[in-house]
Design a binder for this molecule. Structure first.
Ligand SMILES: [Zn+2]
Length: 187
C-alpha cells in the first residue's frame, strides 16, 4: 500500500469514487489519487453518465487547497499545480509523469459544483489550460479598461465600438474621428 504524499500520515486505499471509477483514498486526510487511465476507461464505458451538480451539502463543501508542492505517490516527482477554472485560484495537483491527479478532500465536490466532474481527463490537457490562461487575460484587460473609464463610460465605449465594427465604412469613420480637423486636406 502506498503512503500518502500529501499528509504523510495515511495510506492510500484502493476504492471507488461514488462507486464508479477507481481511486485511492488516504486513510488520514481523505484526499484522492486518481489515475486518468482508470477514469478514462470508466468514462468510455459510461459516456452518457452525468454527475449531479447539486452537491447535497453545498455549504459544507470546503475544498482544501494544498499550496505546497506534493510529490506524486507513484513516481515521487513533484506534481504540477493546475487551475481548473479561470475565475478561481484553486488548483489541483497533477502528475505529468504518471498521468494521475491528486484531489485534496472536498476537491471532488468542487469539480462537481463547477460541472467539471465529467471532464477530469480534459482538465489536465494543454488545451484546457490554455483556455484558462486566455480567459484570464481577457478578464484582466476588461478590468483594466473598466477601471480606466469607470463603469458608465466603459459601457458607452463598448456600445460605440460594437456599432462602429458593424459599420462597413468603419475605417473612414475612424479616420474622420481621429483627424484633428477632418475638413482640412492636411494631416
Ligand atoms: Zn493523506
Amino acid at each position: 500500500m502506498k503512503r500518502c504524499t500529501s499528509c504523510k500520515n495515511g495510506v492510500l486505499k484502493s476504492g471507488f469514487i461514488e462507486e464508479l471509477f477507481r481511486a485511492y483514498t488516504c486513510s488520514s486526510c481523505e484526499g484522492n489519487w486518481i489515475l486518468i487511465e482508470d477514469y478514462l476507461s470508466w468514462k468510455i464505458q459510461n459516456p452518457e453518465y452525468k454527475f449531479s451538480e447539486d452537491v447535497s451539502n453545498l455549504n459544507d463543501v470546503i475544498a482544501e487547497d494544498t499550496k505546497r508542492a506534493i510529490l506524486c505517490p507513484v513516481s515521487g516527482s513533484i506534481m504540477q499545480k493546475i487551475k481548473i477554472i479561470a475565475s478561481s485560484e484553486h488548483r489541483i495537483d497533477y502528475s505529468t509523469v504518471v498521468g494521475g491527479v491528486w484531489l485534496d478532500k472536498g476537491e471532488w465536490d468542487l469539480l462537481k459544483l463547477e460541472g467539471l466532474a465529467g471532464s477530469l481527463n480534459f482538465l489536465v490537457t494543454h488545451e484546457w489550460q490554455k483556455k484558462i490562461r486566455e480567459s484570464k487575460a481577457h478578464e484582466t484587460f476588461s478590468e483594466r479598461y473598466r477601471s480606466k473609464f469607470g463603469d458608465e463610460l466603459y459601457g458607452k465605449v463598448k456600445e460605440v465600438r460594437k456599432w462602429l465594427y458593424e459599420e462597413a465604412q468603419r475605417i473612414d469613420i475612424l479616420a474622420y474621428l481621429n483627424a484633428e480637423d477632418p475638413y482640412s486636406a492636411e494631416r
